[in-house]
Design a protein around this ligand. Structure first.
Ligand SMILES: *Cc1c(COP(=O)(O)O)cnc(C)c1O
Length: 392
């Protein structure tokens, strides 16, 4: 197998290496305050050894297995929620519990690959800007890998996530002014001190690392019809598509499942862009993304500018995906329903995926195999979870 980066916009090929993030010519067209241009994705030639059977994930990753830190990322439990199945009339409903990852969120899937690449390249430092989970994840996985991790996080990030970062031994720089400022400072830091940067979508390995969930779903189910994905920057969504695309290309699955991007009403840039794109596909029309200040209780999907916005809209369009928007109220109710009916306590961003299923339940055929990605633990932000009870 040979692995390389390919620009998702112009198709140009690049060698995979520690200094390569975006396509230089496409990212030269970057507009201020808009999603990233020139996002790279991992592509490959050759055939994995599996010979038509489900391939081992590591044969389809650009970093050999021996570089991965000894920490149990992925292979998260797939729940069979009997009471929820009855409640919504979906006998083939599954919950993918990614709060069971080492740092309690889906982000570990990306951090694990980034850390492995750093180890392979002999790089000792990793920097990341994050509103919380990507930071605590990089800190934890980085600790297991023996990397020095520097985190730039908004001062308003949930306390548990910042405490996690410090416990894992990361250097934490809190930033006034939100993610955009944290992002800017993190790039500056990487340029100054070297090492690699894990910023979501900017580092192509963040997308690639997240594809592992699709491999796990196909190994278990084996052909999910619908997958609900809580969506902020659109990188989990992109990774989920990447995994299914790899498996489709190898003939393992007959088609790409219907992916549903679920967004909070107060942070719905991708849903709105998809709508605009479908209504008016002409480039002379309304811009897909505009200036926007996100506000939602689900901090992990609260983003002003979705880093992978253009990329996500392109894939949702190509594979006939959906976008659903849910209110904060619906998210808090979904969080409680998951906890009280299935026994799974998920953070608000994760619970949004369940709220999304609830919102479009009538459009899902009763015999469909449905997976809901529950991307983070409820203990990550107990203040948000307490709100439901404070208001009653
Ligand atoms: C990051 C995150 C998401 C959203 O992922 P994006 O790539 O930003 O769309 C959803 N849920 C949780 C718990 C997260 O940490």
């Amino acid at each position: 197998m040979e692995f390389f980066y390919r620009c998702s916009q112009c198709g140009a090929r690049f060698e995979i290496g520690p200094d390569r993030y975006l396509c230089p010519s496409c990212s030269a067209g970057q507009e201020e305050g808009r999603p990233l241009r020139g996002i790279l994705e991992v592509d490959w030639t050759g055939e994995p050894a599996a010979g038509g059977a489900m391939p081992d994930l590591f044969t389809l990753l650009p970093v050999p297995r021996e570089y991965f830190a000894p920490i149990p990322v992925g292979h998260t439990p797939l729940w069979v929620p009997r009471r929820l199945r009855d409640a919504v009339g979906l006998p083939w409903l599954y919950l993918k519990d990614d709060g069971a990852n080492p740092t309690f969120s889906f982000k570990d899937r990306a951090s694990w690959l980034v850390a492995a690449a750093a180890t392979m390249w002999g790089v000792s430092g990793v920097t990341v800007a994050s509103t919380g989970n990507a930071a605590s994840s990089m800190a934890g996985v980085g600790a297991a890998a023996g990397l020095a991790v520097t985190v730039f996080a908004p001062a308003a990030a949930p306390r548990a996530k910042l405490v996690q970062c410090r416990q894992y031994g990361a250097e934490v720089v809190t930033v006034e002014g939100g993610y955009r400022e944290a992002y800017r400072r993190s790039l500056e830091h990487t340029a100054r001190v070297g090492g690699i940067n894990r910023n979501t979508a900017y580092n192509p390995l963040t997308i690639e690392g997240k594809k592992s969930v699709s491999f796990e779903l196909v190994a278990a189910l084996p052909a999910p019809d619908w997958v609900f994905v809580p969506t902020g920057d659109g990188v989990i969504l992109s990774g989920v598509y990447k995994g299914f695309r790899d498996l489709h290309r190898l003939g393992i699955i007959p088609r790409i499942p219907t992916i549903v991007a679920v967004q909070a009403e107060g942070s719905s840039a991708i849903a709105r862009a998809l709508e605009r794109h479908r209504v008016d596909a002409s480039p002379a029309g309304v811009p897909l993304f505009d200036d926007y200040a996100a506000h939602t209780i689900a901090d992990s999907i609260s983003v002003d500018v979705p880093a992978a916005g253009y990329y996500a809209v392109e894939q949702l369009t190509r594979y006939d995906g959906r976008a659903v928007v849910v209110t904060d109220d619906a998210i808090l109710r979904a969080q409680h329903e998951l906890a009280a009916t299935a026994g799974l306590f998920a953070e608000p961003a994760a619970a949004a995926a369940w709220a999304g299923l609830r919102a479009i339940r009538s459009e899902i055929p009763g015999d469909a195999t449905v997976a809901v990605l529950l991307t983070g633990s409820g203990l990550k932000d107990v203040d948000a979870a307490a709100r439901l009870f404070a208001s009653t």
